[in-house]
Write a protein that binds this ligand. Sequence first.
Ligand SMILES: O=C(O)CCC(=O)C(=O)O
Length: 295
Amino acid sequence: MTQVEAPVWAPMTDDERVQFDRDGFLVVRGVLSDSEIEIARTAILGAFERAGRPGGHGLTGTGSLHQLSAVTTLPELAFLLDHPIAFKYIWSLLGWNVHVYHSHIDVHPQIHEKQKDWWHWHQDGGRQNRELETDPRPAMSVKLAYWLSDVSETGRGNFTVLPGSHKTNWLPGPPSRGVPWPPPEGALQITASPGDLVVFDRRLWHARSDNYSPVTRVGAFFGYTWRWIAGRDDVAGLPGRPEWSGFNPVQRQLLGGAGDGSGDHAWGHYPETTPLYGALKERGLLDSSIPALIP
Ligand SMILES: O=C(O)CCC(=O)C(=O)O
């Protein structure tokens, strides 16, 4: 199963674009249906259970799972890659020449002992934050965070953000990450229900918080960027796996499937052979007022 339900494709609204530009993130309520939540949550909790078995992938010291390459790990999550309600933010902001460069599934059960202080605040993109010289640095990528457990109260390991910080290259912090340091002023723990989505600019300063509550936190994260930027996910073996033929062409593009003989390649010189370009064109969604959507 690659797509559980198929709502219509539509671009993000002008109001959402203004809000995203101002705050660096959007919280979108009720993106996934009950059955979609069930499929994703069951799959991720299954991976969590297997990882904890002898010989499994392994859990962290606090018993949590943070596993990269979401769809390579769990092909049944492929529908989250291009879920129309969530994916519209990606093509509306980044255009059609995109792929998923970094994804992870996360399960954080209750922590019973107070953890040592650790400064988790960061922008995504690793070396992009050193090697790009502009101020502010360019956005480069956008991430979708799907919530599959109830984080509608704070204190449940909520995703924490500093609203509006995405155009700030540097955040005052501790001299090294283990030095106790207060959270930045204005930090916000985002509350969300299962099926809600957070869309964020990779430059938004953000951090995971510790989950001391009895509610296990479950989420799935997908980072998108242009295909001329190398991916970090381990997707090289996917085309040889039986699930590959069940993925639709856009999902294959998002999973790094260029160079299949159709003329499609990561630099996007031939839009007509790029699946997402075709999908947007077919639906009349190539709005030329948005530079990233122009061929
Ligand atoms: O798990 C979280 O709440 C934070 C995730 C995060 O830092 C990231 O996706 O870059």
